[in-house]
Design a binder for this molecule. Structure first.
Ligand SMILES: NC(=O)c1ccc[n+]([C@@H]2O[C@H](COP(=O)([O-])OP(=O)(O)OC[C@H]3O[C@@H](n4cnc5c(N)ncnc54)[C@H](OP(=O)(O)O)[C@@H]3O)[C@@H](O)[C@H]2O)c1
Length: 257
C-alpha cells in the first residue's frame, strides 16, 4: 500500500480461528487494518493479531459475545477507542464481516426453547444488532459480509434451526443493501458448504466417511479449506466487487448444485 493510500479497517467476528482466521489474514494481506473478535479463545485471537503485526500490518483482538445484544453498544465503543489508540486516530470502520457462529445437529422433535434462544441470539439477533450499530460507524463506500450456510438452500436433516437463522440473515442482508446502497455501502452473503474446521465439534474433520461422501459429490473433487471462503470474503471487500450488492454467493466447489 502506498504511503498516501487511505487505510481501511475491517471488523471480523470470530477471527481467532476457523474460517474467520483466514478472513482476518486475507484482509490484512490486502492492506486493511484488522479488528478481530474472539469469545472464549483469547489466546488464538492474540496470536492471529500478532501474526498480522509481525508481517507489517495493524491488528488487534477484542472479546465479543454475540449472545448478549445488550453489550453491543459497549463493544462498539471499545472498537472506536481501539482504532483511535492503535490505528492513527481512526474512528470509523470500512467493512464488517459477520462470521462468528456455532453449529449443532438437533432433530426438530427434540428442539427446545433454550436451543432456539441460543441459536437465534447468536445467529440472528446478535448479528442484526451488531450490524445496525456497526453501520453507524461505517464509512460510506464500505461493506458488510454475512457468513451464512449452503445448508439454508440444500436442506440437511437436524439443522433446521441453524439454517432458518442463516436464511433470516440472508433476507436481512438484502435490506441492508437496499437501505445503505445510497451511501455506497454494499451487503452480501457468503454461504459456505462444509469446511473441516472446529465447527460443530469438528464434525466434518473427525468423520472420514462424511469427507469421502462430500468429495465424491463435489464437482471440484476435494474438501474445502478455510481460504476457499476467506479469498471470497477478500474479493467482496475489494473494489473489484464494487457493483455487487444484495447477493448470496454459495461457496461449495459445486456441492449439490
Ligand atoms: N465450517 C463449516 O462447515 C461451515 C459451513 C457453513 C457455514 N459455516 C459458518 O461459518 C462461520 C464460521 O464457522 P467456523 O467453521 O470457522 O467455526 P469454528 O471454527 O467453530 O469457529 C467459530 C468462531 O465463532 C466464535 N464464536 C462462537 N460462539 C460465539 C459467540 N457466542 N459470540 C461470539 N463469537 C462466537 C468462536 O470464537 P471462540 O473461539 O472464542 O469461541 C470462533 O471464532 C459460522 O457462522 C458458521 O455457521 C461454517
Amino acid at each position: 500500500m502506498g504511503a498516501n493510500a487511505v487505510r481501511k479497517v475491517a471488523l471480523i467476528t470470530g477471527g481467532n480461528r476457523g474460517l474467520g482466521k483466514d478472513m482476518a489474514l486475507s484482509l490484512a494481506e490486502a492492506g486493511m487494518d484488522i479488528i478481530l473478535t474472539y469469545n472464549a479463545n483469547q489466546q488464538e485471537g492474540e496470536e492471529v493479531a500478532e501474526r498480522i503485526r509481525a508481517s507489517g500490518g495493524r491488528a488487534a483482538a477484542l472479546r465479543f459475545n454475540l449472545s448478549d445484544a445488550s453489550a453491543i453498544d459497549g463493544f462498539i465503543a471499545e472498537v472506536q477507542a481501539l482504532m483511535n489508540a492503535q490505528f492513527d486516530g481512526a474512528e470509523r470502520i470500512d467493512f464488517l464481516v459477520n462470521n462468528a457462529g456455532i453449529g449443532r445437529a438437533i432433530p426438530l422433535d427434540r428442539l427446545t426453547e433454550a436451543d432456539f434462544d441460543t441459536f437465534a441470539n447468536i445467529h440472528f439477533k446478535g448479528v442484526l444488532f451488531l450490524t445496525q450499530k456497526a453501520l453507524r460507524i461505517m464509512n460510506d463506500g464500505g461493506g458488510v459480509v454475512f457468513i451464512t450456510a449452503a445448508a439454508d438452500r440444500y436442506n440437511v436433516p437436524n439443522y433446521g434451526l441453524y439454517a432458518a437463522c442463516k436464511g433470516a440473515i440472508e433476507v436481512f442482508s438484502r435490506y441492508v443493501a437496499k437501505e445503505y446502497g445510497p451511501r455506497g455501502i454494499r451487503s452480501n452473503t457468503v454461504a459456505p458448504g462444509g469446511v473441516p474446521t472446529d465447527f460443530n465439534d469438528g464434525f466434518i474433520r473427525h468423520n472420514p466417511k462424511l469427507q469421502e461422501m462430500v468429495v465424491a459429490q463435489t464437482p471440484m473433487g476435494r474438501l474445502a479449506d478455510a481460504h476457499d471462503i476467506g479469498g471470497l470474503v477478500r474479493l467482496l471487500c475489494s473494489d473489484d466487487a464494487r457493483w455487487m450488492t444484495g447477493q448470496r454467493l454459495e461457496a461449495t466447489g459445486g456441492f449439490n448444485i
